[in-house]
Design a protein around this ligand. Sequence first.
Ligand SMILES: [Zn+2]
Length: 270
Amino acid sequence: MQGYRGTPMIHITLTSAKQSPADDPLGRTRYGYSPEMTSKEIFDANHGYYILGARADRERYALFSAPAKPGPNKVVLAVEIASIDPVPGKPGHRQIKGQWLEKGHPVFDSYVGKPSPVAGVRNPVTYIESAEDLRLCECGCGTEVSHGPFVSGHDQRALHERVAKIGTVAEFLRWFDQTYQGRGEEVGAGAPELLHGRPRAFRRGDWNLDKYEWPGGLELFIYDDGRVKLGQWDSSVVVQDVSNFAAGKSRSSAHVVAVFTPNRSEEDPN
Ligand SMILES: [Zn+2]
């Protein structure tokens, strides 16, 4: 049952089966795991004793994993916790009391016999984090991740796959800056709202020019020989500035600033 993937749990990593000391406080003759052991035998040999902090008291289930060569550790036991009790003669250590689960219980079916959800830790007692920390890689590859949103490297790969759809990194940056209007929803639309509206573009081959015409009446003509003409119907124009910056430098640029003022008619109430 998928619903139990991501339930917080105690996770205990077992060693291979070993003989217990004669004075074992739990009266065991052995601890650890060997493949012929039954669930009851695994539980009896390994329900304690461990250093289990206050956090353990909040968990409802415990998983036990053991080496399964070749391959990663495998979950060999799932227990529903009844209580976590002190161990007589072993201050600071506690034992798990509860019921080992059988096939058919969703926790058993989700975990037992499968690769351990916890890998590469030295401490035998760890915790399976919340659902936030046990989920699928955000890149969509379907791999389960235990820390963070991505399998290592998949975030970079996902990002660069998207950059490549636009072009080079430089082309991507230009596209993004043009598209992103400071509101996230505009990114997908790719068509930002413009205060002056979108110009219609015309090719006038007979006049050797491209023409752009804005809804407000502004017209931009770009001639094939490089001349640029700006116009607006029913207006007068003042050229405010003509500048040539840093001529001869690698990024020299020039501009013309023109302001159009609509001609007022006598009837205009404004
Ligand atoms: Zn991934």
